[in-house]
Write a protein that binds this ligand. Structure first.
Ligand code: SF4
Ligand code: SF4
Length: 220
């Protein structure tokens, strides 16, 4: 899932204040799980912004709507009337670019900072699990990602800073490679630790520019 964090009200206010009818638009998938941008959070944010408009003596109407996913065209059908009413949209998800492209001249602003791809560790705690490097190495690392969980992204065993199972960047941070070795042992697969990972081709990494994945078998 994608984990995000709401922007501050001040930052949001600066973006939306020139507009008169703003739609706060939620997405009820990933960002609903982290309680930051789901339809319920979008509704609360809309109320807070309406109060802010009153405080600032701004003649502004804050609308609210949401859909299941802001990254697929088919889900927008139920919200077309709400979107058509607005003169700007504040998205509480990572669908900002998708909406900006879909609705041409309609300004779309981010209400959220998208943080990482992760998972729910425990209630209210979300951990990064993947950085979309484009060439997954988990098959050799016992299912623990050295790209997202090692500060140096080293691929062949720990660096010299690993101490007592902790990473040199913080005593409360596990060394990813200690976790990998422990789990390889537990799985009876320590032999994988002897296998050298080849030099990684970082051109597949998401930092290398916009990527595209085409499923030719399902294209229409
Ligand atoms: S190796 Fe790459 S694709 Fe696999 S989990 Fe780590 S960052 Fe994600
Ligand atoms: S101590 Fe471990 S997790 Fe930290 S940078 Fe070194 S190898 Fe990576």
């Amino acid at each position: 899932m994608i984990v995000g964090k709401q922007k501050s009200m001040d930052e949001i206010w600066e973006m939306i204040k020139p507009y008169k009818k703003i739609l706060v638009f939620g997405c009820n998938t990933c960002v609903a799980v982290c309680h930051q941008g789901g339809n319920k959070e979008a509704e609360i944010m809309a109320s807070l912004l309406q109060m802010r408009a009153l405080q600032e003596e701004c003649n502004m109407e804050i609308l609210n709507a949401g859909i299941e996913r802001q990254c697929e065209h088919e889900f927008f059908a139920s919200a077309e009337d709400d979107i058509a009413q607005a003169d700007a949209v504040l998205s509480t998800a990572c669908g900002v670019q998708f909406m900006a492209a879909k609705y041409g001249s309609l300004p779309v602003f981010p209400g959220l900072d998208t943080c990482f791809m992760g998972a729910v560790d425990q209630i209210g705690v979300f951990l990064e699990k993947c950085q979309a490097c484009g060439q997954c190495v988990l098959g050799l690392t016992a299912g623990i990602c050295p790209v997202s969980r090692c500060a140096k992204r080293v691929l062949n065993g720990p660096c010299g800073g690993s101490s007592k199972g902790k990473c040199e960047i913080g005593k409360d941070i596990d060394c990813a490679w200690q976790l990998i070795v422990d789990r390889l042992k537990a799985l009876g697969r320590l032999g994988d630790y002897e296998k050298l990972a080849s030099i990684k081709d970082w051109s597949h990494d998401r930092a290398g520019g916009p990527r595209k994945f085409i499923r030719e078998d399902i294209q229409v």
